[in-house]
Structure formats: C-alpha cells, structure tokens
Design a protein around this ligand. Structure first.
Ligand code: GTP
Ligand code: MG
Ligand code: ZN
Length: 369
C-alpha cells in the first residue's frame, strides 16, 4: 500500500494510540478506495462508465459445463437457473452446497450440465462483476452474498410505516461501494408523507442528495414516480433491499402486476414489517430489466470493512481529513481534527459524523448483523 508520502502528500505526525474499540476491526487489507486511487466524490466513482473491477476468483468448479445460465433463486442444495430460455431446477454438488451462501448467489452466471442421472447439475460459477455482501449473522467470518452481478442496488426506504432509519442507508452505501455496484435511494409510500417542504423526514435525505446518490420518491400503492425509477433502471440488473415492510415486493408488483408477489401489512403497533419475502428471487421485466426482490433485514453487518476503509468511504468526511493534524486521524479523540471542526462549523452534517462514529464503534464490536 503506498504511503501518503509516496502519493505526494505532505508528511504529517502520527496520531496518538486510538481507543481499543476503533482499533479492533476486521483484518487489514488494501481497501477498494485505495485501489481506486482517486479522490472523486462518492457517486462519481460509480457512474456507469466506470472501468470494471477485476473479477474475483472463480467460486467453484471447472468451467467446461455444457450450458451457461443465470441463477434466479436458490434453496438448500438446488437452484433455479434460466438457461437457453428455460427455467431449470439444478442440483448443487456438495463442494458448492457446503459454501452456498458465499459461493452461489442470485444473479450469478453458472455452468450447468445434464449428468448421467438425467438431471441438470451446476458445474461451476463464473467470476462476478459485482456483488452485494454481508457477514453471516451466525458467523461473522463467513461472507453471505445477497446478490451478484448487479448494476444497481435500489435501497428502498419509507418515510412512514416503517419510519426512515438513516443508519441502514449509511450501511448499505458502504456495502454497495465495496461490492462495486451503483446505489440509488427509492423513497416509497410518499402517499403517507406530508409535502416535502413540510416534512422533517425529507431532510434526513439531504446528506445523500449532497453525496450525489440519486433519490426517487415513489408510491407503489398510488403508482407515483414509478416510471422515472424504471427508466433509470432500464436494461440493468438491480436488487431491491431494505427493511421489511418498506414495500419492495409491492414495487415489483406495481412494475409488473402479473407477478402477484405476496405482500403483508406492517404491524400496527410499531409499523415494522412481517418478513414476508423469505428468499431472493430474480424477475425479468420488459426492456430486459432484471430485478431481484430480497427478504427485508433488521440490520446490515459490513463485510470485511476496516476502520481505514470506513474513513475513505465516508467521502464527505474524508474531504476534510486533509486538514487534520494527524495523517491517521480517526476523527474521534485526536486534537486539531479538521473533520470535527467542520461539524462544529456546520460545514458537515452532524448526522453524517454521528453515523461514522456509530459504524466505527460497531466495527470494534465485530458486529455481525
Ligand atoms: N400506503 C402505502 N402502502 C404501501 C406502499 N407500498 C407498499 N405498501 C404496503 O406496505 C406493506 C408492506 O409491503 P411489502 O411489499 O410486503 O414490503 P416488503 O418490503 O416486500 O417486505 P418484506 O418482504 O417483509 O421484506 C403492504 O401492506 C403494502 O400494501 C405505498 O406506496 N403506500
Ligand atoms: Mg417482500
Ligand atoms: Zn480528524
């Protein structure tokens, strides 16, 4: 990893020891933003004309199968694959089934072959272009791939029922950046909200607007704003993610009513969803848009993210970090921290700084969900 000095930046002091919480993150590695070696703001790094990332290693198997296909969904030891216009139920060899959560995801391209038993089997998984991952909630050392080869991750939120939780959006943005896809924010259920001018919740979205994340206000119920969102996603492979009950499946039904996906009212007591969708499924819409519906989650753990990665990925904070006294400033306890000064001066939203602090602390906890 090149030092700051090698990159032509002035040498600065080394910060005093960081508190234990901030130090104990996942293993250190050369982070994706360092590899990118540029200082572009967050969203500009994710424009569609960006250079493709080098593919990760092949997950499993030899690649001399007979047919190539697209994984539509998966279950224990089997997956459904679209190959040559047909939907095939394919078996997984045990070497793949054993690592199914990381080795095979919806959106993966696989090689399949009809074996002697007359059944189609997956023989290998092709390298992924992008992925959206999280740690396994039961074992944070294992990667769980939510979706593979996606162009865009649509982070779905609602302003009411359930209320907007920016913490989850912050975490998704980090995971999306790491996986190489493009983020967009879809604000559903606007029929339940006041007008944007009057609604304090809308202001929670300001930092994301400033980061350049596209925001689409929609109502799946009243079919508002859907055309704009669909036009933005046209021809892409996308995944809908977010809390349970925000309306991911309802959006897909609104895009394509024949799907008739099951949806359920949120709980009246606290407005939380009922975890209706239980597995990720890819649907192909008109215009060759592929959309993956996923189960809602409670929290999103961050896969393989070090405190250094986090500092770089919060690009709005990082833009001020050059003024910190210490080159390795964590913006928590160090004197003469330009990031904290910017928050105090109102040049950086306090909410973003607090989000950074919360996530940094959770890395120390080795948070798994
Ligand atoms: N008022 C209103 N309600 C909506 C809208 N979109 C969805 N809903 C309702 O919100 C509830 C939850 O919708 P779902 O589509 O099941 O939510 P989900 O995100 O797929 O939830 P999980 O599958 O549990 O992750 C349902 O009762 C929908 O009718 C909307 O635009 N406005
Ligand atoms: Mg659903
Ligand atoms: Zn600092």
């Amino acid at each position: 990893m090149p030092s700051k000095k090698d990159r032509g930046q002035p040498e600065r002091d080394t910060a005093p020891p960081i508190p234990d919480k901030a130090r104990t993150g996942p293993r250190q590695h050369q982070s994706w933003h360092e590899q990118a070696a540029d200082t572009l703001p967050y969203y500009q790094k994710h424009r569609r004309d960006r250079r493709p990332k080098p593919p990760p290693p092949v997950a499993a198997g030899s690649l001399d199968g007979d047919m190539e296909g697209l994984v539509l969904s998966r279950s224990s030891r089997v997956c459904w694959v679209m190959a040559e216009g047909e939907e095939l139920r394919c078996h997984l060899p045990s070497r793949l089934a054993m690592h199914q959560q990381s080795a095979l995801a919806v959106g993966d391209r696989v090689q399949i072959r009809e074996e002697d038993d007359g059944q189609p089997w997956v023989t290998g998984v092709l390298p992924r272009r992008t992925a959206l991952s999280r740690p396994d909630p039961h074992n944070p050392r294992l990667e769980r791939v939510i979706a593979a080869n996606i162009d865009t991750v649509v982070i779905v939120v609602a302003l009411r029922k359930p209320g907007l939780k920016p913490g989850l959006v912050d975490r998704y943005l980090l995971a999306v950046e790491k996986g190489g896809a493009r983020p967009v924010l879809c604000v559903n259920k606007i029929d339940l909200a006041e007008s944007p001018e009057d609604d304090a919740e809308w202001r929670l979205l300001d930092p994301y607007r400033e980061l350049g994340v596209p925001i689409f206000p929609v109502s799946a119920k009243q079919e508002e704003g859907l055309e704009e969102l669909l036009a933005d996603l046209e021809g892409e492979t996308c995944v809908l993610v977010g809390h349970s009950g925000v309306g991911k499946s309802s959006l897909l039904n609104a895009f394509h009513p024949q799907l008739e996906l099951t949806t359920q009212e949120v709980r009246s007591e606290d407005g939380t969803g009922r975890h209706t969708t239980t597995r990720a499924v890819l649907y192909v819409l008109e215009g060759d848009t592929q959309i993956i519906d996923t189960p809602g989650i409670r929290e999103l753990g961050l896969w393989d993210l070090s405190p250094e990665d986090l500092r770089g990925a919060f690009s709005d904070l990082a833009a001020h970090a050059g003024g910190c006294r210490f080159a390795n400033c964590t913006h928590t306890h160090e004197p003469q921290c330009a990031v904290q000064a910017a928050v105090e001066a109102g040049d950086l939203p306090a909410a973003r700084y607090e989000a950074y602090r919360r996530i940094l602390e959770s890395l120390g906890d080795n948070s798994s969900r």
